[in-house]
Design a protein around this ligand. Structure first.
Ligand code: ADP
Length: 504
């Protein structure tokens, strides 16, 4: 702030000094022009120096030829005569014919009449320079110290003298510089008096405005400081000014919103994980305690151990699934895409699932074209279809049916898995892809058979990793349809699966 004020002060001073110099030159040029104009008017005929008419040989006089009734001419002559001197080559002041007095004004006398010796020197100099018409300007001061500009030069008479030649005379006219000096003086006063005031005022205003402009920034910073993991719900109010700062606040709020959502997800996840792990752990503990205190026979011990092992299986299943899911979501699990016949994969899986389908008395059919090649990750796509098929069979009652369809379009293919099962109520649909989410009352009772609620989270990740889309339609009691569309991104034909390369 201080350096800015100093910079502007310096800038002002330099600017004002330059301007003052320019003003001074312009005023001086103006004064010279005025005097040149008066000089031209004299030469043009207003002034004539001639010998007195009577008697012959009488001294030269200055005659003023102008129309006294013309205000312009009278004024010009009056201006010239306010400060003038007409002298002969020897320095003696000649007579003014109009007044009959010496041709020198009172104001000029006050400046000091040029000494004859000086006038004589001027004539010598002019003759030596060879420029008789050259104008000479010189500043002079009167007894009060006021400044004047004097233009002097050589003026020739009409030649009616005894020599028969035109004789040179010394003429000087002048102009008070008082007005110019006053203008300059006023400028300096304004400069010295007003500019420092303006600078101080400007600095104060700048300081005030900068403070006002920075206030919202300060509030953003203060809010940011108050935000921590526990109060991510804080938002900075926008000022509705529609400016860059509002945009910053908006961006900041959006960032906090994203952070809050992630935090919430992580919190929910840890709660879910501890909850999921607690059930089998409690089970194991219960089994072992019962065995310890009540079991007597080997069979009783064996049964307790068998049950505990089942719970441990479920525990490791959960831990494995969680590990895989977290690897997938943190980007550690990368797809190994190769050019594969998706039709064949789907057909093989449907074949495999005929056994559990038969066990559940569910009809499982497939409608799959022979060739449907695409760049996909076999393991993940198999996992995706397996999850969907096992869900469909699990949630479809006896005598129901499950149908798998594969269709390929121009730039994508579609896998549809539909069943005539219990369906999912609309209000639960948005959550089924969440981790550990199970639709309440969806048939399977809590226990070892209950799903982990992680299957569809995987499906969603696999679809996303293949740049695809998944949609679900369901009507409770009638059935559910999952539609997955995956882009037909082809990988180079040589990117075949290493372990499944065709023999020939
Ligand atoms: P789970 O291991 O419980 O199957 P998922 O993530 O695969 O977990 O599925 C989440 C929930 O979505 C299931 O618990 C079930 O309530 C519901 N669901 C999934 N597929 C179907 C389906 N085909 N029919 C009815 N409900 C389904």
């Amino acid at each position: 702030m201080g350096s800015f004020a100093l910079f502007f002060a310096l800038l002002f001073i330099v600017f004002a000094a330059l301007f003052r110099e320019r003003l001074k030159t312009t005023l001086a040029e103006q004064s010279q022009d005025d005097l040149n104009e008066e000089w031209a008017a004299m030469k043009g005929g207003y002034l004539q120096i001639d010998r007195g008419v009577q008697p012959p040989g009488s001294p030269e006089k200055a005659f003023w030829n102008y129309d006294e009734t013309d205000p312009d001419e009278s004024r010009t002559v009056a201006e010239i005569k306010s400060l003038y001197l007409i002298a002969g080559a020897d320095g003696h002041v000649i007579t003014d014919d109009e007044s009959g007095a010496p041709a020198v004004s009172t104001a000029y006398k006050d400046l000091g009449i040029d000494r004859p010796a000086d006038v004589e020197r001027r004539f010598r100099d002019v003759v030596a320079s060879g420029k008789p018409n050259a104008a000479v300007f010189a500043p002079r001061r009167n007894s009060d110290g006021e400044r004047f500009l004097i233009r002097s030069g050589i003026f020739y008479d009409l030649g009616h003298n005894l020599t028969g030649h035109k004789l040179p005379f010394y003429v000087a006219i002048g102009k008070p510089l008082e007005h110019d000096d006053r203008t300059l003086h006023e400028f300096t006063l304004v400069f010295v008096g007003v500019i420092p005031g303006a600078l101080v005022l400007g600095s104060l205003m700048g300081w005030f405005m900068a403070g006002r402009a920075l206030k919202p920034v300060l509030s953003v910073a203060q809010t940011a400081q108050r935000i921590s993991g526990s109060n991510l719900s804080l938002r900075i109010p926008t000022r509705h000014a529609g400016d860059e700062l509002d945009y910053l606040i908006l961006t900041f709020n959006r960032m906090i919103e994203g952070l809050e959502a992630s935090f919430q997800q992580i919190k929910q996840f840890s709660t879910d994980v501890s909850h999921e792990l607690r059930t089998p752990i409690t089970g194991i503990r219960g089994q072992l305690e019962v065995a310890l205190f009540t079991a007597k026979t080997t069979d009783q011990y064996r049964e307790a151990m068998f049950n505990a092992l089942q719970d441990i299986d479920r525990l490791s299943q959960i831990v494995r699934a969680l590990l895989l899911l977290s690897q997938a979501e943190s980007g550690q699990l990368t797809l190994q895409k190769s050019r594969l016949n998706l039709g064949e994969i789907v057909k093989d899986l449907v074949e495999e699932f005929q056994i559990p389908a038969e066990a559940a008395a569910v009809r499982l059919t497939a409608d799959v074209p022979e060739d449907c090649f695409a760049g996909i990750d076999r393991v993940q796509i198999e996992r995706m279809i397996t999850n969907l098929l096992s869900n469909a069979i699990k949630f479809t009652p006896e005598n129901g049916s499950v149908r798998v369809r594969l269709r390929s379009a121009e730039d994508h293919f579609e896998i549809v898995v539909e069943d005539t099962g219990c369906g999912i109520p609309t209000e639960y649909l948005p959550h089924i892809f969440d981790r550990f989410y199970r639709v309440p009352g969806s048939g399977t009772a809590p226990g070892p058979e209950q799903g982990l609620g992680l299957g569809l989270s995987f499906v969603a990740w696999i679809v996303k990793a293949h740049d695809g889309k998944i949609e679900v339609e369901s009507s409770p009691g009638k059935g559910t349809r999952f539609t997955i569309s995956l882009p037909l991104t082809d990988v180079p034909a040589d990117a075949l699966e290493p372990e499944r390369q065709p023999a020939g």
